[in-house]
Ligand binder design. Structure first.
Ligand SMILES: *Cc1c(COP(=O)(O)O)cnc(C)c1O
Length: 388
């Protein structure tokens, strides 16, 4: 490790000339907010998912917005409870609070770091209305078990698929499973990016209609509809106090071309993850869980856990990698440790032993398409050195 090597950041987007040209075209077109490109991005997204019968794709300005819209459309309200994993980003849970409902956090399966279906079933009360699985790191949650629980207890399922493009579960792409809604994120460090953005996907026509209305102020017609109408079209009606969650055409312009590259991006991430696996084999670390046979992992994150015999604290370990010029992150500080969630629900680490155990030992190594296998080798060398 030469100190003259440039810093290797934790994440970097890959934006190509086609994305840039499409954004410039949008800027020159005279229509910069939600319009033809946002529509095309929605259509392309549906095609990407194989155009399943009756699938609606609704572009939004973040996954957080999409999750909020999905729960709102499902009627989640004060008095209701929604179950999700403590081992996630706060966005998954905060949208439940936007609606005045309560969050029931549960522990993870230590083998997969995904929400534990048995813990979900044990947390169900008469107030429970929905389950929100997160496909952590890009590895599908145990959807067959979760959908079965939801079916038996008459619960809705909204998948937080912020990490899961493209991920498969039982051979089917996340987004086409039998849940009520699935929400993808196009935040800067996700597997494809629009800077900020998200996509709400559902087969429920009523949910789709409500989400489209609430995405734009609760108006029954959007501005582009009115702009392109053949008759004077200033008229619209406000049917609910909606939100401002629409995706701009500038962002959609990026998304159209990022989506075309999503499969190639996944292959590159998978190659890099395999290179990490080879380079780190035999060290006192727990490598990321593999997908089920025949399934695809999006490899949004490469999460390493220090083994109990590693002889170094995670925080010190990250400091050593940083000193070697390598950016890392931790996904996540579990929600039960954050003051808001901890204090509101009286949570302790002992209630989530698997999440807590993983959190104390985990870090996410850099993994993005602009990395080379030489970069992986450099990170692996720094990991080996830090463990000595
Ligand atoms: C990134 C992320 C979100 C939020 O996505 P935004 O598009 O930034 O709103 C939600 N859940 C998880 C698990 C995430 O990683």
């Amino acid at each position: 490790m030469s100190p003259t090597q440039p810093f290797l950041p934790f994440a970097l987007p890959e934006i190509g000339e086609e994305e840039i040209a499409e954004v410039v075209d949008t800027l020159r077109s005279g229509w910069v907010t939600t319009g033809p490109k946002a529509r095309r991005f929605e259509q392309d997204f549906s095609a990407f998912l194989g155009e399943p019968e009756g699938l609606h794709c609704i572009a939004v300005n973040s996954a957080t917005a999409g999750l909020h819209l999905a729960l709102e459309a499902l009627g989640i309200a004060p008095g209701d409870e929604v179950i999700t994993t403590t081992h996630t980003f706060t966005a998954t849970a905060e949208v439940v609070r936007y609606l005045g409902a309560d969050v029931k956090l549960v522990d993870i399966d230590p083998a997969t770091l995904n929400i534990d279906p048995a813990a979900v079933e044990a947390a169900i009360t008469p107030r429970t209305k929905a389950i929100m699985p997160v496909h952590y790191g890009g590895l599908a949650a145990d959807m067959p078990a979760l959908l079965d629980i939801a079916h038996r207890h008459n619960l809705k399922v909204v998948e937080d698929a912020a990490h899961a493009l493209p991920t498969t579960c039982g051979g089917c792409l996340v987004g086409t499973l039998a849940s009520d809604a699935t929400v993808f994120s196009f935040y800067a460090n996700k597997t494809i990016t629009t800077g900020e953005g998200g996509m709400l996907v559902t087969r429920d026509a009523a949910l789709a209609q409500r989400a489209k209305t609430m995405r734009l102020h609760g108006m029954n017609r959007d501005a582009f509809d009115r702009f392109t109408a053949k008759v004077p079209s200033w008229y619209y009606e406000v049917v609910a106090p909606g939100f401002k969650y629409n995706l701009t055409d500038i962002a959609a312009a990026l998304g159209i071309h990022q989506l075309k590259r999503a499969l190639a991006f996944q292959q590159q991430r998978e190659r890099l993850a395999a290179a990490y696996d080879r380079a780190l084999a035999g060290l006192p670390v727990v490598l990321p869980p593999r997908p089920a046979l025949g399934d695809q992992h999006s490899w949004h994150l490469y999460v390493l856990r220090l083994a109990d015999g590693a002889g170094i604290h995670r925080d010190r370990f990250i400091e050593r990698l940083f000193a070697a010029g390598i950016g890392c992150s931790v996904h996540y500080i579990p929600l039960h440790l954050h003051p808001y969630w901890r204090d509101r629900y009286g949570l302790t680490a002992a209630m989530f032993p698997h999440s807590q155990h993983a959190y104390e030992r985990m870090l996410s190594l850099p993994l993005y398409t602009r990395m080379t296998e030489a970069d992986v080798e450099r990170v692996a060398a720094a990991v080996r050195a830090a463990l000595r």
